[in-house]
Ligand binder design. Structure first.
Ligand code: HEM
Ligand SMILES: N[C@@H](CC(=O)c1ccccc1NC=O)C(=O)O
Length: 272
């Protein structure tokens, strides 16, 4: 045959791999088990949304870990591929994080009355118990060991995962490493702020570092945006009721709105 492509027959490699077997669809599509009896129509949506979140959390952890490693590696100081790669993956994280914020629109097509059809069956479970969500906070830089102690019903492997996240370097540690490798003082918060001012005032000399700082700030801002949307959705669904996880509900969630992963990057704005 003159056309080599006509010899390739996709899907005929001995039937080894199929779409469904590659994506483990049998397991994936069999993992939605309703608690309500009789089944509440909207509970499938509720489960699906949360599972999609956890899949994206897994992806975000995968990306954030690689960003952290790229920043911590000594090569990063050369301004070569590693810093480019870190920035590239941070940008991907932002796109995923925007999807996470927008997904709230889908869940808000559920009315509070329909949520109440199955809500009481969910206690004491709640999003508070999302290990990957907390891992993301820790890896980003907001390490709060109190969350590990307050967790009810953690399995041993989950406890270990959180303990490892508390012990390992964060994205912020990676950023400080890059600053130090570039000869900038990172010995105290004041020194870091002074270094950041130097970077900000000489952006073309420090283009990579300024880009990274902006990428981290964007990550922080998008996490805030998710928390803000989540609490408003919560007020829309359950008003001022206490949460299934045992907290004060919206009041507790409002107390978390001021959380900042990178306070020095925000403080820099006041110091420019
Ligand atoms: C009907 C929709 C939802 C309601 C009414 C709701 C309500 C709540 C409440 C009341 C809390 C405080 C903990 C408690 O006492 O229960 C909480 C925490 C949390 N929820 Fe939701 N939630 C909803 C959907 C979601 C979704 C789709 C996610 C995505 C994974 C999520 C993730 C979380 C997380 C991570 C926390 C802990 C936040 C923190 O500690 O800062 N929630 N939620
Ligand atoms: N905490 C919510 C229930 C809830 O949304 C939820 C329950 C089980 C698993 C995940 C959940 N999502 C977020 O908290 C409530 O108090 O209504």
């Amino acid at each position: 045959m003159s056309d080599p492509s006509s010899d390739i027959r996709f899907g005929e490699q001995g039937a080894l791999l199929t779409y469904g077997s590659y994506l483990r669809l049998e397991q994936l599509l069999d993992a939605q088990h309703l608690e309500s009896e009789p089944p509440a129509h909207d509970e499938l949506l509720f489960i699906t949304i949360h599972q999609v979140y956890e899949l994206w959390f897994q992806q975000l952890l995968h990306e954030a870990q690689t960003v952290r490693d790229a920043l911590m590696s000594t090569d990063a100081a050369s301004g070569g591929r590693d810093l480019w790669f870190a920035r590239h993956l941070l940008t991907r994280m932002h796109v995923i994080e925007r999807v996470l914020v927008q997904q709230i629109d889908v869940l808000e097509t559920m009315t509070p009355q329909d949520f109440l059809q199955f809500r009481q069956r969910l206690a004491p479970a709640s999003g508070f118990q999302s290990v990957q969500f907390r891992e993301l906070e820790f890896l980003s830089g907001a390490k709060d060991p109190g969350y590990v102690h307050r967790f009810k019903g953690l399995s041993e492997p989950e406890k270990e995962r959180l303990a490892r996240r508390l012990a390992e370097p964060t994205l912020w540690d990676g950023f400080l490493h890059v600053l130090a490798e570039a000869g900038l003082d990172t010995s105290t918060d004041e020194a870091i702020t002074a270094s950041l001012r130097n970077v900000a005032h000489d952006r073309s000399a420090y283009a990579d570092i300024w880009g990274l700082a902006e990428g981290l700030l964007q990550h922080d801002e998008l996490a805030s945006a998710w928390r803000a949307r989540h609490v408003v959705m919560v007020e829309r669904m359950i008003g001022a009721k206490t949460g299934t996880g045992g907290s004060t509900g919206a009041e507790y969630l409002r107390s978390r709105l001021d959380l900042k992963y990178y306070p020095l990057l925000w403080g820099l704005r006041s110091a420019l």
